[in-house]
Design a protein around this ligand. Structure first.
Ligand SMILES: Cc1cc2nc3c(=O)[nH]c(=O)nc-3n(C[C@H](O)[C@H](O)[C@H](O)COP(=O)(O)O)c2cc1C
Length: 305
């Protein structure tokens, strides 16, 4: 069974992509979930300077998912380039690596894109304009159409690799944001990121997270993220689209493809079951065989017609 797919002109051996922030710098999982088995892996979002992240606790469980307020903790661009990318490349010579860029300002995004353009390990950029856990940049950027347009246009001018944009579910007009990104030249849109949420610890009588609010991920967000992906595909059928949010089994991945996505990111599910990728791949093969589909393209978007 041929599981290969294309996101625009970007070819992947299979539609499954490890979501940023849930696969570290691509070496931590080792043999538990080898990078080369994924269609691609997206490393933890990188910012210009190192970020310590938010005060702990940074994660808590909820029904059918988790809330995180990591706050884009990361090693910063210098260490990323000097240590993390070479370590990834030597541990995973056959894997496809995508860099997730997180700037607080347009200039920071451009700095990241400029420095990482031409790095042979990076095959695409994902612009994280949808993180709910940081005071600047992130979601505040992504909910603003004119800021998104300018960002994508400027990054495209200096990028030597495809530019994907991860849009936020926290806007009343996700289709509008996706449309602006497409007009600005985005090679694909990723729908979507975590949904703002909170939990209260009734013993401490305080919010459970040090940052009070965080981003909800996991199965709880699947129906909401799927709806946004579907709406974007209906409005912009030519725009390469990647589904993200809540996939913990092959059946949900297939739903994203039927909604119009060429690939599907998986994050939180891998924390619970590092073998999630093997299960979703097997499900996809069995589904395609049962339904008589030869390729992913044969059924992509069928539910949106
Ligand atoms: C612990 C954690 C850290 C995350 N860090 C990032 C990040 O650095 N950049 C980013 O774009 N998304 C980040 N995300 C969001 C995921 O990439 C993904 O969009 C989200 O979790 C929804 O997918 P899922 O339900 O399959 O986990 C993070 C998610 C979690 C759970």
């Amino acid at each position: 069974m041929n599981l290969s797919t294309k996101v625009g002109s970007f070819a992947l051996s299979n539609p499954f992509i490890a979501a940023s922030g849930t696969y570290g710098y691509g070496t931590e999982y080792g043999d538990l979930s080898p990078a080369k088995e994924w269609g691609a892996v997206i490393l933890k979002s990188v910012s210009k300077n190192p970020r310590p992240g938010n005060v702990p606790p940074r994660c808590c469980e909820t029904d059918s998912g988790m809330i995180n307020s990591i706050g884009l903790a990361n090693v910063g661009l210098e260490k990323y380039m000097a240590e993390k990318l070479p370590a990834f490349a030597s541990a995973n010579p056959d894997a496809v690596c995508i860099a997730s860029l997180a700037g607080e300002t347009l200039d920071e995004f451009l700095h990241l894109a400029e420095k990482l353009s031409g790095n042979s390990t990076i095959k695409a950029f994902e612009l994280n304009i949808s993180c709910p856990n940081v005071a600047k940049g992130g979601m505040h950027f992504g909910a603003d159409c004119s800021a998104s347009r300018q960002l994508v246009q400027e990054v495209k001018k200096i990028s030597s690799v495809p530019v994907w944009v991860k849009v936020t579910p926290s806007t009343t007009d996700p289709v509008g944001v996706a449309s602006v990104c497409a007009e600005a030249g985005a090679d694909a849109v990723v729908a979507t990121n975590t949904i703002p949420a909170m939990k209260i610890d009734i013993t401490r009588c305080r919010p459970a997270l040090g940052n009070t609010f965080g981003g909800l991920s996991g199965p709880a967000i699947f129906p909401a993220s799927l709806r946004i992906a579907y709406m974007i595909h209906r409005a912009l059928p030519q725009l390469p689209l990647i589904g993200c949010g809540g996939v913990d089994c092959g059946e949900k991945a297939v739903q994203y493809i039927l909604a119009g996505c060429s690939a599907v990111e998986i994050g939180t599910a891998t924390f619970r079951r590092p073998d999630t990728l093997a299960e979703v791949k097997q499900f996809l093969k069995d589904y395609m065989e049962k339904m008589g589909f030869k390729t992913v393209e044969d059924f992509r978007g069928l539910a949106a017609r």
